[in-house]
Design a protein around this ligand. Sequence first.
Ligand SMILES: [Zn+2]
Ligand SMILES: [Zn+2]
Length: 329
Amino acid sequence: MRWIFGVFLSLCACQASTLPVLRADLGTPRRAADLLAVLDQPGPLTVQTVASAQWQVDLSGLLDLTDPRAQAAGLTERAEPITVYFHAIHHPTRGLFLIDTGVETAERDDPPHAKVQGLVRHFMKSDKLQVTQPLGAWLKAQPDAVAGVLFTHLHIDHIWGVPDLPPTALYVGPGESTAREFQHLFVQGPTDALLAGQKALRELAFQPDADGRFAGVLDVFGDGSLWAIWTPGHTPGSVAYIARTPQGPVLFTGDTCHTAWGWQHGVPPGTFTGDRPLNQDSLDGLRKLAAEHPAMQVRLGHQALEAAALDVQLPDDGVVRGAGGKFGR
Ligand SMILES: [Zn+2]
Ligand SMILES: [Zn+2]
């Protein structure tokens, strides 16, 4: 009987979105050493992180509460306050790019006509969402149009602001839209609704990092100003970004790490993550990079780090499992 159930599940497994997927027109494959060579040099980008909404979700989704470090700290299930962010990256010649999109204006002004409706709206506890700065309201105050959106991944809370955008270039990590998973049966509808009006997704073309340190490294604009690091685990195509600014580098982890506690203690997300061991590898790799470059600001998926917490400690045993391990050649 079990094989029949397996066949049933595989028949149900579908893509995250039915939007066509094209190869990205941005991104030059590099190795980790190329990134490290310029990381601490001042760069030309300006960055702004916008808190689009405040929300509350289950801590067991944000943090793996079965992790011995979480259990030792006595962490148990609770409603955890989080923020839904988007980030604006200004490049002197390429213009304005967004990392993720925050929340659409209709969630604040006209919830019955918001794109996320039905059961998914119920399960996402949208009644706990307080929209403070919808993407559309922010865009109206900007002199520049959006040249493109770089998604850390396609979970609904990262594409929630897309309905406020005109058709634009949308960039995703490898397999982010095309991997077939059973749970996509439930989110493909709302994902497609949020992306309706857009023409295609453009998949970043990572190649294996020749240094074996990361799954893949891209120089997004080809001038060393903005870097993409493939951080699979939370989702297949999760991507972190590093922007080089005049004040130093800024790391955007996406949901490879949702919470400040998770970053400080090296504990990956819980039930919101698809592959926890792989997420742990990717998280370890980013924490090691931050520990080696203490001037780098770290902006997490859904919570702010206190300035004092930027001095990231390596895991207690001193072993960073992501480096040269799963991603090694
Ligand atoms: Zn996520
Ligand atoms: Zn998220």
